[in-house]
Design a protein around this ligand. Structure first.
Ligand SMILES: [Fe+2]
Ligand SMILES: [Fe+2]
Length: 300
């Protein structure tokens, strides 16, 4: 019988030899998991097939989405009084705003990292694959909006200052950048799990749409679970302490910019859970498809 794996904190210590071995192991995993890189399209063959499957099997809403104009009016910037908006609209504008930051971040990083042909080592190759996976997430998020009939959703750049910050960030030296990159991945996982927790309640009257949103979110979450381990793998003993120190302010600063989050989530609790994250709450079917650093798994 297969032994159920037990996991350790994502902040667990690691040696440099362990991290080197884990990069090699992750590189094998990511190619298996995502397929071949389609660099000019910022895509991967298996990711493309997954999206095509969803598009070929659309679900039918029980009722047309109630407030499409309200969604389009508020998705880039919250303009209406929130008491006039229903929870579906607010959750979707919240998800869009989170995904938009990701999209801007990866667009800046894609421009700043060597392409696959010019990748010098395994971490360069991993970075290129990682970013292509992130672009596939933007498409999966887009598919969430299409599922609700919100096909006119556009990906709008941030303001010039925020845009510059995201372009500057990937040019920082690796040691300086790694804790921030790791914590933003951790923030992604916490956010997606919190969204997953409320989907059934918010979309109770649309069970088919709810199930499809969860399928799309799971596709993203499986990758992001692998990303937190991968980004953690860049970090030594001091960097992992820095990562814990910057987790509370970074979460607070980021979510402050997305006013919808406080309508749904307790950010202080999210921070507490992030600081002890150990994969324990993640459903087994997701864990079976993702990747975890060896030093975060209890030896059998
Ligand atoms: Fe992401
Ligand atoms: Fe990620």
């Amino acid at each position: 019988m297969n032994q159920v794996k037990q996991y350790l904190s994502i902040f667990s210590p690691s040696s440099s030899q362990q991290r080197q071995d884990n990069f090699e192991n992750y590189w094998d995993f990511t190619q298996q998991h995502s397929g071949d890189l389609l660099e000019s399209e910022q895509d991967l063959t298996k990711k493309r097939a997954v999206l095509a499957h969803f598009k070929a099997n659309p679900i039918t809403l029980r009722q047309p989405f109630a407030q499409p104009e309200a969604f389009y009016r508020n998705y880039v910037e919250l303009k209406d009084d929130v008491s006039t908006l229903d929870r579906k609209t607010l959750l979707l504008t919240c998800i869009y705003k989170f995904a938009r930051h990701e999209w801007v971040g990866i667009t800046g990083a894609w421009a700043a990292t060597p392409d696959f042909a010019n990748s010098k080592d395994v971490t360069d190759r991993i970075s290129r694959y990682h970013l292509a996976e992130e672009f596939s997430h933007t498409r999966l998020f887009h598919e969430m909006f299409c599922t609700l009939g919100l096909d006119k959703t556009e990906w709008v750049p941030l303001g010039p200052i925020a845009q510059k910050v995201y372009e500057f960030f990937p040019k920082l030296p690796e040691d300086l950048m790694s804790p921030f990159a790791f914590v933003t991945e951790l923030m992604g996982i916490m956010f997606y799990r919190y969204v997953d927790n409320i989907l059934d309640e918010v979309f109770a009257d649309e069970p088919e749409a709810c199930a499809r949103l969860r399928e799309l979110l799971n596709e993203i979450t499986i990758d992001e679970l692998a990303h937190i381990g991968q980004r953690r793998n860049y970090i030594g003993d001091f960097g992992i302490k820095v990562s814990a120190w910057i987790t509370p302010p970074l979460f607070k600063m980021f979510f402050h910019d997305i006013p919808e989050t406080k309508l749904f989530f307790n950010i202080d609790n999210m921070i507490k859970e992030a600081l002890v994250f150990d994969y324990k709450e993640i459903p087994t079917p997701l864990m079976e498809k993702t990747w975890v650093p060896s030093y975060c798994v209890v030896p059998a």
